[in-house]
Design a binder for this molecule. Structure first.
Ligand SMILES: CSC[C@H]1O[C@@H](n2cnc3c(O)ncnc32)[C@H](O)[C@@H]1O
Ligand code: ZN
Length: 432
C-alpha cells in the first residue's frame, strides 16, 4: 500500500514504540536489528490495518432487528424509536465492545464512529487498543440523552474540547446527522465551531433519493451543493455515503479535498443507489470504505466491503475493469486514511508511519493456490484469515486470540442487552 515501494517478499518490519522504524528484506533487517520480540510471518501477508471510514459501533446490538426496508422507513419507523427506548450509556458500552471485538478479529485497526454517548465509546477505544475518530452526534430532533439541537450541539462541543489532542489514538469530531435532519443555521454553527477548534466533521451526505428530493424541494439544489454553500466544504469533512451525486458535486468534492466514504453493503441493503465511485476516484477524490452500522449491513467486516465494492462497480457499469482489486484494497487502507484526514499517519507500511498492521494466513488448503497477492486478498481471503492485529505497536490479537477484551464477560452483557430488545420486538409483532 505504499505506491513508491513494490510488494516485498521474505521481508521484515521493525517497530519501536508506536511507529515503523525500518522495513526491508528479512536478511538485512536481521543483520541490523536485535529485536526484543519477534512475530513470525512465514505463510502470512502483512498489510496496513483496515480503516472503517463510517460506522455506528453500538448498533451491533440492533443487528438483524429489522431488514429489507428503505432508508427513511428504516430510520423513522424502526431505528429512531428503538434508539429512544434502549440507547443508554451501558447499551453503548456493550455494543461498542462487541463492535471492537469484531473489528479486531477482522483486521480493522481504525474506525470512524458516529453514535450517542461518545465518552463511553472513547472509553472502550482506550481500553481495547483500537484507533478511532469518535464523532459526537447532533440533530434537530430528540435523540438519546437530548431534547434537540441546542443540548446535543453543546454536548458535542464539550466532547471535542475535552478530547482534542488528549489521546494518541482518539480523534474527537462533530457529527451533524444529515442535511435533512439538521437546519442550515445549525450546520453553519457546526462549521464555525469545527474551524475554530480545528476539528473534523463526519456526516451522512447524499445517501438516498428521498434526501435529494427533500433538499431539491426545500433548497432547490443538491445535498452536496447545499452543504458546500453552508461552509461544510471548507472544513475537514468526512462525508459518508455520497451516492446521489452529479458531475458538479464530484468536481466540488475533489477540489475541496472532502473525504468520501463508500458503504456498498448498506447502500445495497437500503436500496439507496450506486455511488459513482469510479468517477470520484477518476476526479481525484479520496474515497474510503465503511460498513455503516450493523443494523444496515449486518456486520462490521471490511473484507466484505472490499469485495462488494470491487464487484458492485463492475456490475453497475458493465465494465469488468472497473475498480480493480488493488484499488479496492487501497480504499480500505491508503485512500481510506486520506479520506478520514489521517493519510500522514496510517494506511501505509512505511518508515515513520504508525505501526497499525495485520497478518493474514495464506496457507489454507481450500484457498490455494496464490498467484497474485492483491487478487487473493480481495477475491479469496476474508476476516477469518486475519491472525494478528497490531495498533500503534500494541498486539491486540495474536493467533486469533483477542488480548484486550474479555470475551465471556462481553457475551454475558450482549445477552442481557439483547434480551430486552427481543422482548420489545416480540411485543411489537404481537401488536401488528
Ligand atoms: C447522528 S449519527 C447517529 C444516528 O445515525 C443513524 N443512522 C445509522 N445509519 C444511518 C444511515 O445509513 N443514514 C442515516 N442515519 C443513519 C443512527 O441510527 C443514529 O440515530
Ligand atoms: Zn451511517
Amino acid at each position: 500500500m505504499n505506491p513508491e515501494q513494490p510488494e516485498l517478499r521474505d521481508a521484515a518490519v521493525v517497530v519501536r514504540g508506536d511507529r515503523i522504524v525500518a522495513l526491508g528484506p528479512r536478511a538485512d533487517i536481521d543483520r541490523q536489528y536485535n529485536a526484543a520480540r519477534t512475530i513470525p510471518g512465514d505463510g502470512r501477508v502483512l498489510l496496513p490495518g483496515l480503516i472503517n471510514g463510517h460506522t455506528h459501533t453500538a448498533m451491533t446490538l440492533f443487528r438483524g432487528m429489522v431488514d429489507d426496508l428503505d432508508l427513511m422507513t428504516w430510520l423513522n419507523h424502526y431505528v429512531f424509536p428503538m434508539e429512544a427506548r434502549f440507547v443508554t450509556p451501558e447499551f453503548v458500552r456493550t455494543g461498542t465492545e462487541l463492535a471492537c471485538w469484531e473489528m479486531i478479529r477482522g483486521g480493522t485497526t481504525t474506525f470512524v464512529d458516529m453514535y450517542f454517548y461518545p465518552d463511553e465509546i472513547a472509553g472502550v477505544v482506550d481500553r481495547c487498543g483500537l484507533r478511532a475518530v469518535v464523532a459526537s452526534p447532533h440533530i434537530d430532533y430528540p435523540s438519546p440523552g437530548f431534547a434537540g439541537w441546542e443540548d446535543s450541539f453543546a454536548a458535542a462541543t464539550d466532547f471535542v474540547s475535552r478530547w482534542q489532542d488528549r489521546h494518541p489514538r482518539i480523534t474527537p469530531a462533530f457529527a451533524p446527522h444529515a442535511p435533512y435532519t439538521v437546519a442550515p443555521a445549525h450546520l453553519q454553527a457546526t462549521v464555525e465551531k469545527a474551524l475554530a477548534m480545528d476539528a473534523v466533521i463526519s456526516m451522512h451526505l447524499a445517501e438516498a433519493p428521498a434526501e435529494s428530493a427533500y433538499i431539491e424541494e426545500n433548497f432547490a439544489t443538491t445535498p452536496v451543493r447545499h452543504v458546500a454553500g453552508l461552509g461544510l466544504y471548507d472544513t475537514r469533512l468526512i462525508a459518508a455515503h455520497m451516492v446521489q451525486l452529479d458531475a458538479e458535486d464530484i468536481a466540488l468534492t475533489a477540489a475541496a479535498r472532502v473525504g468520501a466514504v463508500h458503504n456498498p453493503t448498506s447502500n445495497m441493503k437500503l436500496g439507496a443507489g450506486v455511488s459513482p465511485v469510479p468517477a470520484m476516484l477518476a476526479a481525484g477524490v479520496n474515497v474510503g470504505l465503511g460498513t455503516d452500522g450493523a443494523a444496515s449491513n449486518n456486520d462490521l467486516d471490511m473484507w466484505d466491503e472490499i469485495r462488494m465494492a470491487a464487484l458492485l462497480h463492475k456490475m453497475a457499469s458493465g465494465d469488468p475493469t472497473a475498480l480493480p482489486a488493488g484499488q479496492a484494497l487501497a480504499m480500505a487502507t491508503r485512500l481510506g486514511a486520506a479520506a478520514i484526514h489521517m493519510g500522514d499517519r496510517i494506511g501505509r507500511l512505511q518508515v515513520g508511519m504508525q505501526a497499525d498492521m495485520i497478518q493474514l494466513d495464506v496457507t489454507r488448503t481450500h484457498q490455494l493456490p496464490l498467484y497474485d497477492v492483491s487478487s487473493h486478498l480481495v477475491y479469496v481471503l476474508g476476516s477469518e484469515n486475519v491472525q494478528t492485529t497490531i495498533v500503534a505497536g500494541q498486539v491486540l490479537m495474536q493467533d486469533r486470540e483477542v488480548l484486550t477484551l474479555d470475551e465471556s464477560a462481553l457475551r454475558a452483557s450482549v445477552h442481557k442487552a439483547s434480551n430486552a430488545i427481543r422482548r420489545a420486538l416480540d411485543e411489537q409483532q404481537e401488536n401488528e
